[in-house]
Design a protein around this ligand. Structure first.
Ligand SMILES: CC(C)(COP(=O)(O)OP(=O)(O)OC[C@H]1O[C@@H](n2cnc3c(N)ncnc32)[C@H](O)[C@@H]1OP(=O)(O)O)[C@@H](O)C(=O)NCCC(=O)NCCS
Length: 448
């Protein structure tokens, strides 16, 4: 259920993280432990002054190179500098080489993460982790991640979050996969609409005129589901319309859905690609934003009934996307992949566990291990009327688990049984599952 409507939500400039934590992004000094580890390898850790265009441009170039993206053109660099200036931006330099481009990058900011119960908790979001292929596997990423996590913890931010290029990297630093995303391929010549009629209006629009409305719709979407994060203008604009340098930018289309009484409730941005057979175009959904169930239904119907289209593809949908119920031929709408998506790292265990709500009452002693020494300890979680209270205890543990496993179950996903089978929960995993799992699985519907 996606219940929040745009009119009940804050505009995008008010939905940022708490002032205290947002300011910490600027305030926090460089992490000395990481700096000295890198000095030992002949490398230099530094915060990048993002108002220095030359230095920031080199950092952005390194980021693009690190992900094997095309070298950014001037307009792409200008746009990126504008969008990313406010992030805490860290670089690793090799002063022995004749290049101003860093050999390691990371950036971070504090984003509101929606948790079970509907609260939005400050989370240290980490992105752009790259190490130049010339400097790989020398401990640069290890220094950068340690630096981010210690800094976030020192600033009192209770959680760190990221989305990942490969699922094998971040477990070692205490992150666990906490949401999963589904990818869909729909044969639109095969399926027939089996969902309800909707009473609102669909219309084409463009990113410039829709942007402010789109921000409000997106904020309602992000507030409505555990796992979603409040979006900065950069992250929101990417979903509403193409950024500079996006391939096939001229193919982007934007369609809005407004309720019968004119309330903006959703939009879909998508591209249509041609095939030899003109009746069999392919639609790729860039983003489907539905702040209400009505908008979700209306926008899926719009996509599935496009003429001259044979296939619709969509990514980063929830694992409970209701498409099978909305079409007559269930096998015409296939899930082609389900992958780990948002990774969560608990930094302040009592604060994180008290911030979320619970759907059942109970009490549980958790014994948590953490190689970085940030969230380890033995705690009793007591849930009364859905509200959790955490206190340190000497009582015998009900469950013993590493912090990465706690991150995996934190947002309510149905993962405890598998993790117990894998030996990553010892003790009463069923009790942990009963307390932490939510009826609606968490979802993150975008990348950051
Ligand atoms: C992923 C990446 C940042 C790792 O940087 P790095 O400096 O080579 O990593 P480190 O030397 O600090 O490695 C730390 C540990 O992680 C492991 N590791 C790092 N990258 C890994 C990968 N891609 N797959 C598996 N293990 C990896 C190392 O083996 C090492 O393990 P150990 O501590 O058990 O010995 C780098 O390979 C890279 O830039 N990749 C391309 C961009 C990318 O995918 N970034 C991640 C974005 S989410």
């Amino acid at each position: 259920m996606e219940q929040n409507t745009p009119s009940s939500s804050a505009p995008i400039d008010e939905q940022a993280a708490s002032d205290e934590h947002a300011a910490s992004v600027d305030r926090a000094p460089i992490d000395e432990q990481a700096a000295s580890a890198l000095t030992g390898s002949g490398l230099r850790l530094a915060l990048v002054d993002t108002s220095d265009d030359a230095a920031f441009t080199e950092w952005i170039r390194a980021d693009f190179r690190g992900f094997h993206s095309p070298a950014p053109k001037e307009e792409v660099l200008t746009e990126a500098r504008g969008y990313l200036r406010d992030r805490r931006t860290t670089a690793v330099y090799d002063d022995a080489i004749p290049s101003p481009t860093p050999v390691g990058t990371v950036n971070s900011w504090v984003a509101p993460l929606t948790v079970p119960g509907g609260a939005r908790v400050d989370a240290w979001a980490i992105s752009s982790v790259t190490v130049a292929p010339t400097h790989r596997r020398r401990g640069v990423a290890r220094a950068l991640l340690g630096s981010e996590l210690r800094t976030a913890a020192a600033q009192g931010v209770p959680l760190a979050i990221l989305t990942v290029s490969e699922s094998v990297i971040y477990g070692r630093w205490g992150f666990g996969p906490a949401t999963f995303a589904s990818e869909w391929r729909i044969d639109t010549k095969r399926v027939r609409w089996a969902g309800p009629q909707t009473g609102g209006r669909l219309s084409f629009t463009d990113p410039e005129s829709y942007r402010e409305t789109g921000y409000r719709v997106l904020d309602a979407v992000m507030a409505s589901r555990p796992g979603e994060i409040g979006l900065s203008p950069y992250l929101a604009d990417r979903l509403i319309g193409p950024l500079k340098g996006t391939p096939d930018a001229e193919r982007f289309r934007l369609v809005r859905y407004d309720s019968a009484d004119g309330e903006p409730q959703g939009f879909v941005s998508y591209t249509v690609k041609g095939e030899d057979d003109f009746t069999r175009h392919k639609v790729e959904v860039e983003y489907l934003a539905a702040a209400t169930d009505e908008a979700l239904v209306a926008l899926w119907r719009f996509l599935l009934e496009l003429d001259l289209v044979a296939e619709v593809r969509a990514w980063t949908r929830g694992v409970d996307e209701p498409l099978p119920a909305l079409v007559s031929d269930v096998r015409g709408a296939r899930v082609t992949a389900v992958e780990d998506h948002l990774w969560v790292r608990i930094l302040d265990l009592p604060a994180a566990l008290e911030a979320r709500g619970y759907e059942r009452d109970g009490s549980l002693v958790l014994d948590v291990s953490d190689d970085l020494g940030l969230a380890n300890g033995r705690y009793r979680l007591t849930v009364t009327d859905g509200v959790g209270r955490v206190e340190a205890t000497e009582d015998a543990p009900d469950v013993i688990l590493p912090v990465s496993t706690l991150g995996s179950v934190y947002l309510g996903h149905d993962l405890a049984r598998g993790l117990a089978l894998a030996g990553r929960i010892t003790g009463d995993a069923a009790a942990l599952d009963r307390l932490f799992r939510t009826a609606v699985p968490p979802r993150l519907s975008t990348w950051f």
